[in-house]
Design a protein around this ligand. Structure first.
Ligand code: NCD
Ligand code: ZN
Length: 352
């Protein structure tokens, strides 16, 4: 399958990193995701953040009501909790029993709604100890937040300052390095020595496979291409493509689709986040096809995620066809609108 077919059938994928927000806007974004994916890991960075099992259960109930109102019965939200300096070992054990799939580490101030994040990872050692003991994955937003570190270096510095010491202290803890954006992260995950049971993986977004940082400044400032971690140089994009299409089970799909209303992006201090959910799979297919590796898409999109999270693979299949699709300039988002990634452009792959 390394030529360019006009049709690809694959086991239905899952999205291992997704923001759907809450309230009225949720059903608009859920519809896009549920068209393509069977399951998605739901990020807990609401305002206030989802820090307890009770808050996650209530959020799950709202998501289910939303799916119901859309007439969707074939989509499963996978819930996560937001790790804080105060997360207790008890909450971790309770989360495990309640089917929570992971805890999300946001360094305080790293990104959208992360003010309640972790100020110093040492403060979380009791929770991390418990997570390691019960087999609860840690999902990390891998950027340091100190203002004196250049924004383009924050991920690479996080590896040395936080991730490597953390892995030494918790060798059995399962860690997902979320939405990686650099050569350093790609190679770190690829080359990590992890015992017999693999404990380290990474998700990669469509925008980081398809664009470099020039896309934020192409002919003027492009707020809809601004996300965190921010797009990097071309050499990093190439390194990400290499690992994503390598067939390594350590790399899998996580869109990080992060909806913000048009007005919150197109303003003097615009929010970070790209809305890729509208045709995320088509975007990934384009990236894989660009390097002649469409045959590696199914592993990345449909197998390696569930394998890492010890969940069953999906059994239904979906089909992508090479049929040009125009991406609308705007989509409804509650009583506002949202500008999807590639708005107003045509993309080659669509869902059959
Ligand atoms: C995310 C959001 O808006 O919630 N934004 C982003 O740019 N990716 C937060 C995050 O995942 O960092
Ligand atoms: Zn995210």
């Amino acid at each position: 399958m390394s030529t360019s077919p006009s049709k690809i059938q694959l086991i239905q994928p899952d999205d291992w990193h997704l923001h759907i927000r809450d309230g009225e806007v949720m059903k608009d974004v859920l519809a896009d995701t549920a068209r393509q994916f069977a399951r998605a890991i739901i990020m807990p960075n609401l305002k206030p953040p989802v820090t307890t099992v009770d808050l996650a259960s209530a959020y799950r109930t709202r998501i289910e009501a939303s799916l119901q109102s859309l007439g969707v019965h074939s989509f499963t939200p996978l819930m996560t909790l937001y790790l804080t300096d105060n997360t207790s070992a008890d909450e971790v054990r309770k989360a495990k029993a309640a089917g929570i799939v992971g805890f999300k580490l946001y360094p305080a101030g790293a990104t959208t709604n992360s003010d309640a994040g972790v100020s110093d990872i040492q403060r979380c050692y009791v929770a991390l100890e418990a997570m390691q003991a019960v087999g609860m994955p840690l999902l990390v937003h891998g950027e340091v937040t100190s203002a004196e570190i250049d924004i383009f270096d924050r991920e690479a510095v996080f590896i040395d300052q936080v991730l490597e010491p953390l892995r030494k202290d918790f060798p059995e803890l399962k860690i997902v390095f979320e939405h990686i954006t650099t050569k350093q992260a790609a190679h770190y995950v690829r080359d990590a020595q992890t015992g017999e049971k693999n404990t380290l993986a990474a998700t990669i977004t469509p925008q980081h496979l398809l664009m470099n940082r020039n896309a934020i400044f192409a002919g003027g400032i492009r707020p809809h291409n601004y996300c965190l971690p921010v797009l990097k140089r071309e050499e990093h994009r190439i390194a990400l493509l290499e690992v994503a299409t390598s067939g390594s089970p350590r790399f899998f799909l996580g869109t990080d689709s992060a909806p913000h209303a048009k007005g919150a992006k197109e303003t003097s201090c615009g929010c970070a986040g790209c809305y890729s959910a509208f045709n995320a799979l088509g975007l990934y297919a384009e990236a894989f096809e660009g390097v002649g590796k469409l045959d590696k898409l199914e592993g990345f999109a449909s197998f390696f995620g569930p394998d890492f999270y010890s969940l069953p693979r999906n059994s239904k299949t979906i089909t992508l066809v090479k049929q040009a699709q125009s991406i609308p300039a705007e989509l409804p988002l509650g009583d506002a609108t949202i500008v999807p990634l590639r708005a107003g452009e045509t993309i080659a792959w669509s869902l059959a």
